[in-house]
Design a protein around this ligand. Structure first.
Ligand code: PLP
Length: 228
């Protein structure tokens, strides 16, 4: 097998993934192209992200503001149509950097952060799409709003803070059947009139597509094992 970190390896992996995504869309009777592959570049060097861009990939994610700041301005200058999502926890004091850097913020999960994002959007005029992260497993140490509080929080994000809330995101608990968590996220989205569902990673993206994912976040499957 080709070493995962080679540039040609990234292109080959992307081609294989596009075929698997198309097959999963067909299997779920969903329209072709209804699922967006979000390539998670965290820990990987800019050359690998560039190889993915050269292979036609246009939507990427990072989990840290600092890493995105170091890696993406140069990449985006070369490929202005690339979109970048934040998928890691966001500290309130980095809200302004996040609004400046990202096209979507997938980890909105508390009122103080929603308020900071709203202020940053007012000041900069940029309005990245916001996704509310739901802690579907109600895990004590995990980010995300508790499922029982999701409806109220989504309503507050919309009306109190005026955020452009477009969807929901979840990371199911390790070792549990992800389908139950994906189904719960889809149900919360449905009753709140939200179209976008960011769910499914390397190990479970086909299940997520079956249950309505519109965005799947793939790191290992695209870039190989993480560094560091
Ligand atoms: C790292 C990460 C991913 C990608 O995980 P893989 O299993 O490597 O595909 C997806 N979502 C989030 C929130 C992550 O932090």
């Amino acid at each position: 097998m080709e070493a995962p970190e080679t540039l040609a390896g990234v292109a080959a992996r992307l081609a294989a993934l596009r075929a698997r995504i198309a097959a999963a869309e067909a299997e779920a009777a969903r329209s072709p192209g209804s699922v967006e592959l979000v390539a998670v570049a965290k820990t990987h060097p800019a050359e690998l992200a560039r190889a993915a861009i050269d292979a036609g990939q246009r939507v990427f994610a990072e989990n840290r503001v600092q890493e995105a700041k170091a890696k993406w301005p140069a990449l985006r200058e070369a490929a202005p149509d690339v979109a970048l999502h934040l998928i890691g926890p966001l500290q309130t004091n980095k809200a302004r950097d996040a609004v400046a850097l990202f096209d979507a913020i997938e980890t909105v999960d508390r009122p103080r952060l929603a308020a900071a994002l709203a202020r940053a959007m007012d000041r900069t005029g940029r309005r990245p799409a916001c996704l509310v992260e739901v802690n579907t497993g109600a895990e004590a140490q995990k980010a995300g709003v508790h499922p029982a509080e999701a409806d109220d929080f989504i309503a507050a994000c919309r009306s109190t803070y005026g955020l452009p809330v477009e969807g929901l995101m979840c990371i199911p608990p390790a070792g549990e059947e992800p389908a139950l968590h994906f189904a719960l996220l889809a149900e919360i989205a449905r009753r709140n009139g939200l179209a976008r569902l960011s769910m499914g990673m390397t190990a479970d993206f086909e299940t997520a597509i079956q249950l309505g994912a519109t965005h799947i976040r793939l790191g290992t499957a695209v870039f190989g094992p993480r560094r560091g």
